[in-house]
Every structure is written in structure tokens, then in C-alpha cells.
Design a protein. Sequence first.
Length: 296
Amino acid sequence: MELNDLLTFATVARTGGITRAAEALNTVQSNVTQRIKALEAEIGTALFERHSRGMTLTGAGRRLLPYAQRMAALSREALLAARDDGQPKGPLMIGSMETTAAVRLPALLAGFHRRFPAVDLSLRTAPTADLVTSVLDGTLDGAFVAGPIEHAELDALIAFREELVLITARRFDSLGALRSGTPESGPTALVFRIGCTYRHRLEQLLTEFGWPSAARCELGTLDGMIGCVAAGMGVALLPRAVVERSELADSVSVHTLKPSQARVETLFIHRRAAHQYSALAGFTACLDGKDADIAA
């Protein structure tokens, strides 16, 4: 199999279509189509099902994908290792949960950039589940995710410790008031999309409160979520630091939870590799306290 064919296959699988894959690979659609057809001909079976909404993997495609992702990650690691002369430079792609990016990362990223201006740093936000997948397949060099995370191919270090709080409309000045002033089915849970650890935690919390079938409403931004809570649309579970720094903090009630419900660690994860290239090594150094200048 040609490596480029496998890289193209993995990109189509990730983006869900020829057009989006061509854009991601900075090439034309005909090249992507040709490589997919060549790979399918070599294997002797279809790897994608084509339909009006794009392309989805067949059974054979799902079985091939982990190998293609692994080869893509190894190919990128090999290239970076060969180019690495010990000076942090070049691309560094970092992922983060929306909440962490909003509150914890600005000062950290600014300090890192001042120290290593030759590193081309990129940041992408997504739920924890998506971030873990992207680190494993090599799309991201590292990511800030909600713990715990245990995977044989990942290294993790504790970046931050958060306290989660339940936020409600101002009229609920206690959890007791929320229980007494809410329909039997429970409040609407305002959440990020599936894969978000905080969403899962909120669903568990509402179940503990006796509302396992509470309605859910997915929102895409922190400000939108806190604003909807303030307007009385529902409740949300967020880090206290995020809520306190919001311009809408005075418009919601913040409820402290039991330690077992509130404590969560934000981890920085990256793939285990024979060679950790300098840009990533410099970034992780600022997180574990080895480089006080960056951390400051």
C-alpha cells in the first residue's frame, strides 16, 4: 500500500467527504478520488459507502482506519524527528476543551509564544472524546482533556484542577429551591455536544437528584450557555473559574456541590513516542513546572 493513499483514506474518513478532504490536503478532488479508488482496487473491496450526505466507512473501511491513522501519525512523527535539531520550531497543534481554552490557556499560550516564537502554534477546541481521538490519530500533537484518561498509547500529566459548580437562574438561591421549583421531569440540561465530559457529569448529577430523563439542549459557546441559564432556560455544569470570569456571572446562581461531584482534573495528553520533538517538549515543560519562565 502507498502511504499517500492511506493518508488520503484517513483524511476522507475524518472529514466525511471528498471535497472536505481535498481542502484539508490542499489538493484537488480528482486526486483524492483517484487515490481512494486505487486503494479500494488494491484491497479488493469498497472502503466507503457513497450517499447524498457524503461518505461513510464500510466494515472494511472501519477495520483499515486504525492502521491508516497509526501510519499517518508515525509518518508525521518521523518527519518531525528528522527535522528536529533541538531548537523548538515548526508546527505544534494543540487541542483543548472550550472551558479550558477560555480561562486557563491565554496566559500560558502567550508566555510560550514569547519564549519560542519560531513555533507555529495552533489551537483547536472540541469535546474530550474528540480530542483523545485526534491525539491518537496524530491530527493533534497534544490536548487538554478532562480526566481520568488511561490509554496504553498516551502519556498524561495534570495541568489544572477544577471545581465544577451547577449554575441556575437567579431565582433559585439553593439546590432545595431548584428541586421545589422545577417540574417533576427536572430542568433542561444545557450541554455541549456528545463527547463532552462535563455533559456526562451533569447527566450523572441530575440522575442523582432524581431527574434521569431531564431534557437536553446542546449549545456551542460558553457565553451562549451562561446566557441561556440566566434567562431561565435550564441549568449547566461548568468550572467555577469559568463562571466567575464571565461577564454574566452576576446573572446566575452558583451552587457548590459535594467534592465527589465537583472535583475534576484537566490533563494534558500526548502520544507516547520514541522521540518527543522539541516544540512539544518545550510545551510540556511549562506545564510540569520545569520551565518557570514559560509558566510565569
